[in-house]
Design a protein around this ligand. Structure first.
Ligand code: FES
Ligand code: FE2
Length: 363
């Protein structure tokens, strides 16, 4: 089950050009491309003539040409050309989806089209705002998207899965505070004072000196996650000496058991350092692939045992994931009860909701 009346991210904006881009979202196969005017459009990947995927074809002058008999459809899904005849059948139409371009991302609305309102797009401005630089990437996970959200809301796993990069014993040993904000956001905050630096942190500061570290995992249903990660050397002032980054993890379901992981690692320092971008790209990819390995095993187990959900156990670090799932279930239930209900985003860009002021208050 998926929430439908909300915006999902299809891809990074730079991935869509005038050629066809095919992707399955919420079990629906979609094609996207940029028209000659640069607007991104999305159509169902299904030719109304003989049901062949339109992604077998190509774009011609801003329209899509089916790969089977060459019928062409315009950006509104109307048939514009049939080879060998001058009349085009009006009934031959392709379903279109509302699309928006914002924060260097392409967004799509898979629910009731009339309800699509760009004001409902969550604010992920760190990906393209002045003063920030984002390294970005994409990964495909063969698992239920909810398992990825769970993983991002319980970062105690860093101690075990990511011990060669961002994890050490201090992560799992430090308690986390879980908060639910409104009907759409869960925040899990962990302070790790005076700890040894995990390998990547030692590399970042250039020595093995002890650090004060923090992490704040923020989840907005159905699949937007932001993890603020930061640290400063013990004995220095947090406000002036910290290094901080905000990884954005956007999880869009492909099917019940596969997901698109569209990510961006935003930083507000060394903005023009391309070498740093390259280094971050490989570290992040490596780290997320460690998650993928575990989550795909978990999904296989759930499928093999035909279990719709994870069993509940009394483990404190499950608090975040359990709260996140509850919000998501409410969102889906709300839509089932009232098909015109839309999910209103919480303004994460308001720093009161997320980051430094909260962090400082918690010192
Ligand atoms: S199936 Fe697409 S043109 Fe015939
Ligand atoms: Fe992880």
């Amino acid at each position: 089950m998926f929430a439908k009346n909300c915006w999902y991210v299809v891809a990074h904006a730079h991935e869509i050009d005038d050629a066809l881009f095919a992707r399955t979202l919420l079990n629906q196969a979609v094609i996207l491309w940029r028209t000659t005017g640069g607007r991104v459009v999305a159509l169902e990947d299904r030719c109304p003539h003989r049901l062949v995927p339109l992604s077998t074809g190509r774009t011609v002058n801003g329209q899509v040409e089916c790969g089977y008999h060459g019928l062409r459809f315009d950006a509104d899904g109307a048939c514009a050309f049939v080879p060998g005849q001058s009349k085009v059948p009006k009934a031959a139409r392709v379903k279109t989806y509302p699309v928006a371009e914002r924060h260097a991302l392409i967004w799509i609305w898979m629910g009731v089209a009339d309800l699509a309102d760009e004001n409902l797009i969550p604010d992920l401005h760190w990906l393209d705002a002045p003063g920030w630089q984002a390294t970005t990437g994409y990964l495909h996970f063969n698992c239920d998207y909810r398992l990825i959200n769970d993983n991002l809301l319980d970062l105690s796993h860093e101690t075990y899965i990511h011990k060669h990069t961002i994890g050490n014993d201090a992560v799992a040993d430090s308690p986390a505070v879980t908060e639910v904000i409104g009907n759409r956001v869960v925040r899990v905050h962990r302070e790790m004072p005076n700890i040894e630096p995990p390998p990547l942190f030692a590399q970042a500061q250039g020595n093995n000196g002890r650090i004060n570290r923090w992490q704040i995992a923020i989840y907005m249903a159905p699949g937007f996650n932001m993890t603020e990660v930061g640290f400063h050397p013990v004995g220095t002032d947090r406000t002036t000496n910290h290094l901080m980054m905000r990884p954005i993890h956007i999880i869009t379901p492909e099917t019940e058991h596969s997901s698109h992981y569209i990510w961006g690692l935003a930083r507000n320092f060394r903005l023009d350092d391309d070498g740093l971008n390259d280094g971050m790209f490989s570290s992040v990819t490596h780290t997320f692939e460690e998650d993928r390995e575990i989550l795909e095993l978990q999904d296989q187990r759930l499928k093999a045992e035909n279990m719709p959900n994870i069993p509940q156990s009394a483990v404190k670090t499950d608090k975040g994931p359990v709260a996140g799932r509850r919000l998501l279930e409410e969102m889906i239930r709300g839509e089932t009860d009232d098909p015109t209900q839309c999910a209103v985003p919480i303004p994460l860009a308001d720093d009161q909701q997320v980051t430094m002021p909260f962090t400082q208050a918690a010192q």
